[in-house]
Design a protein. Sequence first.
Length: 454
Amino acid sequence: MLTEEEADWLQRNAVIRYAPAPNYPPIEYFDETQRHLGVTPELLDLMLAKVDLPIRIERFNSWEEVMSATRLGKVDMLGSVAKVPKRQAYLNFSEPYITLPTVIYMRENEGYSNLSLEELSGKRVVVIEDYASADFVQDNFPEISLIKVPEISIGIRMVSYGMADAIVVSRATAAYYMQQHSLTNLEVVGETGMTWKLRFAVRKDWPELNSIIQKALDSVSEAELEALIERHLKQGYATQVLSTERLKEVSVWVGACLLVMLFALNLYLIWRHRGHKYHLENTQKQKHELESQLQRLQTIDAETGLTTRHAFLAEANKELARYHRYGSSFAIFVIEVPSLQKLRRMGDFKTAEEVMKQLSVIINEEIREQDLCGDLGDGCLGVLLLKVDEMSADIVGKRLRQRVDSPGSLYIHGVATPASLLIGVAVPRAVTGSVDELIQLADSKLYAMGNPGE
């Protein structure tokens, strides 16, 4: 099935780094036991039965992290991605294997139906960071007030609890999260006219792999693909439809009983009024708690205590804007720990996470309260130092290396283990256009300027 050039390419490449979409059920996702599930992984299994590809799964926490790592060349292949112009600069795409229409979800009983995106002007609409639909809405409907979140689960709950007016999402994925979080107050109020044609994609400089992937995809019969898609999508719809209909039946029955009791007992009316007031206060309290949890979820990783990549980049972008406007200096560190990377390659993610926690504590002790330490993904840390020049930043970097390399600073598998740090530092220049450029510059300096080797 393969040409001589394609077979030779496979011989020369020992590993293909594949990054799944981490939170996109039922198409592709990781469950609570970290199993890779959905339409795409099962389709990939059918393809691998035809062509033996040396695929290694690279796991990220959000789609934004997946796309950032892909742009930086740390990912070779994606499985559930839409073809849009800006991605064609660094990716080649297969033909689409599934088409999903996107719809508009809002809370029930809001009085809306058959809405279009034009009619959402002025409303708070949730989209997912780095999704093709986010760029589409932003480019074509600037009057919409967009709220970008890292994953669909957060956006669905924001709409359910009144923190946003609507969300643009595929019906199957929304049904999955509504069932998972017991959200029963959402409904489809319109079509967007936009569809997601999902494809496999590979890095631009590997055209041979793209050709191999397309041949493997073509080898899956239409009947196999239809059966696979139908099994996953029907399951998602059925769960949501059944729970919603059942809830409505129960609600009607309870409402009728309450009506009889209200007419029969005046005292019950008084009790009901007091109960409703208590329920309203309790609901408001829960809403505030959820808002706080969602805010923390978007800024702090609950496992490591590190600032999330999304929040770190947001702060760094603010500082870059201040630099261009007022000349306010700052520096960015990209930090890599060889021993931590070794643990990740060995698959010991639990110990790697513990090491990340220890590093977080050490770094926050060595930097000022106004500075920021965050998780850049793929086992790398980032530090944002405010109001410093490159020389001052180098001094901080040397202090961090000395601290981590000292006895008893880190414990790996319960043993005190000195560890070297690779630190790349970058400061903005007049020509710096984005924080990504600074991170790439710092990343290129990891092994320079006296950094210790592995």
